[in-house]
Design a protein around this ligand. Sequence first.
Ligand code: SAH
Length: 245
Amino acid sequence: MRTVLVSALAMISLTQAPPSDAQDDRAQARARMVVEIAAMARETGGETGRPRFGDAVMAAMGKVQRHRFVPFAQEAFAYDNRPLPIGDGQTISQPYIVALMTDLLDPKPSDTVLEVGTGSGYQAAVLAELVAKVYTIEIVEPLGKRAAKVLGELGYRNVEVRVGDGYGGWREAAPFDSIIVTAAPAAVPQSLIDQLKPGGRMVIPVGGLFEVQQLLLVEKQRDGSATTRRTLPVRFVPLTRGSGK
Ligand code: SAH
């Protein structure tokens, strides 16, 4: 009886120890990543106007399992503060840029947010930790489907993923408290400004194919006009146009 009990315990520890160690390692790696993000925020604060990101934004960065959103071959680098390839020629942004863009939106728990460019789904997950509802649209079908699957597996019930061209926004779900665009058009699409609530905010990289892109913060005024502020030079994939089919 005793032998059986001992071996049963041994089996439990054998099956349980490796995953929890890996989880600890990842939690530590995420904590280091958050420290790096905070340092970079301080360095760039003069340009961005945000030398310190909100506590809730930093908590979300420390919580979301970025390794689940990157291809298996990239998992070891998931908590490095740099962009990574996610397949189909697309990239997941550097964590610092994800945190900056999220912070610039001033997310509130009651907000409804639109993301154009779902990619891996990571940015959508960060937002889902902070706001009531996230609508996210991706033009490359396999990416949109994979993101929806991972978000579902991780239990994010407040994210809706659609495959299609996000240039025209998501009319049925508009207006939004904020919009985040994670691919770069040559100019801010008026269709997206139209889908912001008065007082709403949009963060969007803008620049032609051969230009340096600028990360812009667009604020829609009560009278419907928009003001624009530059933050940082950035490099995003272009916002493409098409049917999304
Ligand atoms: N936010 C993503 C990274 C996005 S990379 C993440 O967290 O992983 C930019 C994405 O925008 C790419 O997946 C690209 O396919 C998508 N994209 C480009 N043009 C688009 C358009 N017109 N509508 C929707 N998605 C678009």
